[in-house]
Design a protein around this ligand. Sequence first.
Ligand SMILES: Cc1cc2nc3c(=O)[nH]c(=O)nc-3n(C[C@H](O)[C@H](O)[C@H](O)COP(=O)(O)O)c2cc1C
Length: 183
Amino acid sequence: MASAREAAIARRSSPKVTDAAPEDAQLLELLGAAGRVADHASLAPWRVIALRGAARERLGAALVEAAQVSGEAAAKLRSKPLRAPLLVALVATVTPGHPKVPEWEQEAVAAGVGHLLSLLLDEAGWGVMWRTGPHTRHPAVAAMHGLADDERLLGWLYVGGRIESGKPGRPAELGGSRFSTLS
Ligand SMILES: Cc1cc2nc3c(=O)[nH]c(=O)nc-3n(C[C@H](O)[C@H](O)[C@H](O)COP(=O)(O)O)c2cc1C
């Protein structure tokens, strides 16, 4: 098993994947670990929804409704969710007006779960790519997922069988101005 550091350095996004996908049981196991991110007041302000099969077609239809396009543009948009056999929708379940934990902190926790889940899926050998787009928070897209009023979509992890690209990932070294020390 890779160390957390080794897994982070090895991780890279997979824009193209095969039709293989992890079962719900494996997703649940990995989510148990991903849900261990730091979480102010332990609100667990997140949930995920696995979209498989025809649910991806319903998402495509919701994207077209959101974009108000037709013809070729609609066909292109409708097919986007079909690029992977499994889409893991990442949802921030925000408690508004919490006395200690503002909304941005709750979204940060949900995003942390998304990043850690993406890392764990990558480490388990799956191809993963986090995708969003201009319609991620459109009401039609929220309705397709059955989101409640205080739930916000953070995008989808597109997951499938990994195709080795042979291309190197981004370098792990930090350049320039991303680190400084105050003392
Ligand atoms: C919140 C979020 C949304 C993203 N949305 C998209 C997207 O819609 N389209 C895309 O090509 N990449 C998107 N990305 C970036 C890719 O997932 C990926 O991280 C990037 O291409 C860098 O490649 P790497 O992860 O292999 O270093 C998104 C990443 C994050 C964290």
